[in-house]
Design a protein around this ligand. Sequence first.
Ligand SMILES: NC(=O)c1ccc[n+]([C@@H]2O[C@H](COP(=O)([O-])OP(=O)(O)OC[C@H]3O[C@@H](n4cnc5c(N)ncnc54)[C@H](OP(=O)(O)O)[C@@H]3O)[C@@H](O)[C@H]2O)c1
Length: 301
Amino acid sequence: MKTLTLGTSPLTCTRLAYGCWRLAGSEGGPQLDDSIGMAAVRAAYDAGYTLFDNADIYGRGECERIFGKVLRDTPGMRERIVLATKCGICPPRDGRTHCYDSSSAYIIESVEGSLKRIGTDFVDLLMIHRPDFLGDPADIAAAFAQLRAQGKVREFGVSNFRPSQLATLQKHCPMPLLVNQVEVSLAALSCLDDGTLDQCLAERITPMAWSPLAKGALLGPGRDEREQSLQALLAKIATEKNATPAAIALAWLLRHPSRMQPIIGSTNPARIRETVRADAIDLSRGEWYSLLTAARGKPLP
Ligand SMILES: NC(=O)c1ccc[n+]([C@@H]2O[C@H](COP(=O)([O-])OP(=O)(O)OC[C@H]3O[C@@H](n4cnc5c(N)ncnc54)[C@H](OP(=O)(O)O)[C@@H]3O)[C@@H](O)[C@H]2O)c1
């Protein structure tokens, strides 16, 4: 796979990342046996993915634990990968309501928990999972500085931040925020014109694209005429390029000049391997815009 550099950092990884959200089972679905999540991580590692995206909240810690089992079993893996995790979403617990917490105390406690579950001394990239309306940027920056000084976290970023929220936090941080992990796909287009990707381009921040296949919905069955037309076009371009519709939907993201990094969420080893091919597909300007138009369901102005 081709590689990219995260933001302005020295961290280099593959154009496609592997996401660990579903390792213990998809939300609302049955809990998976550890062997299924472990096989998915191994398939991704063997297929060449070098960024692994975790979060303390995924499977309430189970996903980091399963990921850690593979890491321990696989000599050399820790040195070869960029290990990312996120913090700041608090599940309801002991009478506490579901909330966001980006206080320095919570960030530090969360990182300690992630390190323990994964079984590593440091993470390469820590992101604030969602903007905390009560978060004080100076307090967040203090936690980042402490974690970096202790060698527990190398680099930092955010997720689901509006451009103004990212800019505000950046003003307080002594280190550059390298990534903004946001929802973007042919089914979630708002980042294209709400300023998120413009900021990434201007500040050399890497946009990481979550749910790049819209949680599988991009691949059907289409619920209305617009979705069905988009799926038909994905299938047509896929046939022309001897690829899968999923690979075309990912190549559409990769074509954006912000050097976006789609995060693959499948736990199916065959799909994880197949997806790597998206990296080699070139979409013409005409193909890219025809997919955008089909996704919008109306012509461009
Ligand atoms: N920062 C955030 O707020 C946030 C939010 C959500 C997700 N994320 C990150 O983004 C990652 C990806 O999210 P996602 O899992 O929703 O991504 P996705 O790639 O859009 O969706 C994956 C889902 O689509 C299904 N699928 C159906 N057909 C598929 C095909 N042909 N190829 C691949 N998958 C197919 C997969 O099922 P199978 O497993 O059966 O293949 C899986 O359930 C997560 O793991 C997490 O790291 C971040």
